[in-house]
Design a protein around this ligand. Sequence first.
Ligand SMILES: *Cc1c(COP(=O)(O)O)cnc(C)c1O
Length: 389
Amino acid sequence: MKINDHYTELSSNYLFADIAKRVKAFKAQSPKADVISLGIGDVTQPLCPAVVVALHKAADEMGQAATFHGYGPEQGYDFLRNAIVEHDFRVRGISIDVDEIFVSDGAKSDTGNFQELLSADSVVAVTDPVYPVYVDSNLMAGRSIVKLPCTAENGFVPALPAQHVDVIYLCYPNNPTGTTLTKQQLKLWVDYALSNDALIFYDAAYEAFIQNDDIPHSIYEISGARQCAVEFHSYSKTAGFTGVRCGYTVVPKDLRISLNPLWNRRQTTKFNGTSYLSQRAAEAIYTPEGKKQVRATINYYMKNACIMREELTDMNFKVYGGSDAPYLWVRTPYGMSSWEFFDWMLNSAHVVCTPGAGFGPSGEGFVRLTAFGTHENTEEALHRIEKKL
Ligand SMILES: *Cc1c(COP(=O)(O)O)cnc(C)c1O
């Protein structure tokens, strides 16, 4: 038996495992220290009441023969797909058909799996720094990857690739930099894809955090995107579904290569649907109460982001992102490396951040801070950083 050799090309240290190891070692050595994590991208606020009610109701249905649900449609239940079409697209003036929506257990699976539809020799471009799933899933398949640097100098807006690429992964608002693209900037990419026969895989996992009207929530706000873009959505950050699991992918039927039937074939072969409970929970986000409650939680996180931006800037840090995203991308002081500053933050302030270098070479010299903490922890972390500087 032979293994897939491409797995040996992956970097062996997964970033968050590395961080966890250092935090564990620090806690062993300073057991009394109260460590605050502004590192990993998980949320802290609970599910909103409308979602909890929907989960209880769905659980009761599952306990009665007459309303029990077994295997559902692999593409998702129509009650959720219809709600998505209406509330995520039609209200923004975007027309998406129900059979262009594929409900899933989250955007990590879909952004990781979608590359299966590409030929092995496709050239894939990613931004650098990047959400590691895009890179690793393509490395596993043996594809070559072109990195598009996103730096303070280019405003974290990647330049169009100098060589031909077949696919570009874009994630805006961005993880890890917390920066965005305006409609004008995104249009350049759609035009590039259309004139170079390329596809865009657009990860919109953070669209719910957008505050500024000029920032597109969906790539389909740009004309021509239906011919060249697939879009991934997640309820994880929007509504605290990191433990519930639900998201969806939009695969337009007028893409110039016909991926909609292929993705349908892939999902019906390898995926048996998202749980009924998760889909009823997701549906509840689109009710008037659900919308209001989810918005309140997002505002809670964005208030953290705002305080972090202001206070870190007052401490003379150079801070990017955090205005339309729950992430802040912070330049390390005194020319420290990402990991040096990580160690300083952990050992002096007892605060965990994420070293930017873990997201790609252009992340060196930065750390990522998340606004997903509680207000209390966020304030306390800022207070400690200020005191120890
Ligand atoms: C968190 C995140 C996701 C969502 O993952 P889920 O599998 O839906 O929890 C997708 N893309 C990016 C860039 C993320 O940061």
